[in-house]
Design a protein around this ligand. Structure first.
Ligand SMILES: [Zn+2]
Length: 268
């Protein structure tokens, strides 16, 4: 039972952390930071007064490079600048992960909700979108995950989705009380959502604005099916009840392990 107390404490710490990450903090020291954008092989300077940044932090900025992932490579606290000359750091990825991770083929899995929650993982791929309103609607199509023949999809889209699945582009899936959220790398990250209850899929939507079933959705279904089969085979049906997180191994190493100068993990 002692673990429950420990976990509650961890939770509180995490909540504080995410407050620091997402909200303006009075305590953040004004800094001028160099940010390296690997996609552009480019380093630029940004003004920051919102976050307590550390070297290696993954950040998103406003201005021309908005939406591109950058890494903090230098932090200066002594400077004098004309503020209007500088764009700002607008968010920091929350890459601190604690808890038990299990292996499942191409992906790692966790069965505790505080290890790899969607709200944390999505900060690795994009800045929080503010003042955006989303509307979605789905038909009442229902089908079994183990019988995808029930899914309406064109052959060409199914082929592309299968390629995505084989290329391990489904980088994250979370099942929480029957609601599934996934992130698929299709050049930029796409978010797929659906319900999964008693082996049945319903309410399938993706934010790529395609009409009908898209390759991101199909790839997610194939990955989920593979991972659930693996879990059943290797860990049994008691491994998870109402919560499961699935993450691509490469993504986990890139964001959680690389650039950390301390921390540990234990293999069994
Ligand atoms: Zn899509």
């Amino acid at each position: 039972m002692y673990k429950i107390g420990f976990r509650t404490e961890t939770n509180q710490n995490k909540q504080n952390d995410s407050t620091v990450v997402h909200k303006n903090t009075e305590s953040a020291r004004k800094s001028l930071v160099d940010v390296y954008f690997p996609d552009r092989h480019l380093t630029c300077s940004y003004y920051n007064d919102k976050f307590d940044l550390k070297l290696g932090d993954i950040v998103y900025v406003d201005g021309k490079l908005e939406g591109l992932r950058g890494r903090v490579t230098d932090i200066n606290y002594t400077f004098k600048i004309k503020l209007s000359d500088y764009k700002r750091v607008i968010s920091v990825a929350d890459t601190g992960v604690t808890g038990e991770i299990f292996m499942a083929g191409s992906h790692f899995i966790a069965n505790k909700p505080d290890v790899l929650p969607f709200e944390k993982v999505i900060t690795w791929f994009k800045a929080p979108s503010e003042n955006e309103e989303f509307v979605s609607s789905t038909d009442n199509e229902k089908f079994l995950l183990e019988d995808l023949k029930g899914l309406k999809i064109s052959n060409s889209t199914a082929d592309l989705g299968h390629d995505y699945y084989m290329e391990n582009r489904v980088i994250y899936i979370e099942i929480k009380d029957g609601n599934v959220r996934a992130i698929v790398n299709g050049g930029k990250p796409y978010e797929v959502e659906f319900n999964y209850r008693n082996g049945e899929i319903s309410g399938l939507v993706c934010n790529c604005y395609c009409t009908g079933t898209c390759k991101h959705e199909f790839a997610t279904l194939l990955q989920l099916r593979e991972t659930l089969r693996l879990i059943d085979k290797e860990y049994g049906d008691k491994f998870y009840t109402d919560y499961l997180a699935v993450i691509n191994k490469g993504v986990f190493f890139e964001f959680v392990i690389d650039n950390k100068s301390n921390g540990s993990f234990k293999l069994t």
